[in-house]
Design a protein around this ligand. Structure first.
Ligand SMILES: [Fe+2]
Ligand SMILES: [Fe+2]
Length: 165
């Protein structure tokens, strides 16, 4: 089934949103690196890769459906982060925002009675649950560590990351 014009446009916007998310987290990875928090930095480099994969999957879906794909501008991400907790808090909020974008895509698929796109989007719905949970987990980690306990938090995070592999 061909995608509706609105759906094609919204999916294009979501490609941009995912690439922006990648760039947003890349800025955080660089900030963590500057703070000397190498494990947090690595965690956000990995998050960059994940967001690129989210964007690519959407772009391929558009192309597979012969829908117009247009690469849009990706804006400069914030880079004046003050603390680890501030970064993770912002990342946590960003994932909630992205979940809202995904829900709007699902609503469009329902409106279009586009079952194929609806089921394609289910992967993103599930992914957002995981993304929100994992950012929440990171937030708990930095909050309970406090500014003085970040070295220990890095060790804990390294253990969490090796378990996920
Ligand atoms: Fe994403
Ligand atoms: Fe994400």
């Amino acid at each position: 089934m061909a995608l509706s014009e609105q759906m094609a446009r919204k999916l294009n916007d979501q490609v941009t949103a995912e690439f922006y998310s990648a760039y947003y987290y890349l800025g955080m990875a660089v900030a963590f690196n500057a703070m000397g928090l190498k494990v947090f930095s690595e965690r956000f480099f990995e998050q960059y890769d994940e967001e690129i994969a989210h964007g690519m999957k959407l772009l391929r879906y558009l192309l597979d459906h012969k829908a117009p794909a247009e690469l849009q501008e990706i804006r400069r991400p914030p880079q004046d982060w003050q603390s680890a907790e501030q970064i993770i808090q912002a990342a946590r909020e960003h994932e909630t925002y992205v979940t809202g974008l995904i829900n709007a895509l699902v609503a469009q698929a329902e409106q279009d009675r586009d079952d194929e796109t609806h089921s394609f989007l289910q992967w993103y719905v599930d992914e957002q649950v995981e993304e929100e949970e994992s950012m929440e987990e990171l937030l708990d980690l930095v909050k309970s560590a406090g500014p003085a306990g970040l070295a220990a938090a890095e060790q804990q995070l390294a253990a969490m990351m090796s378990k996920d592999e």
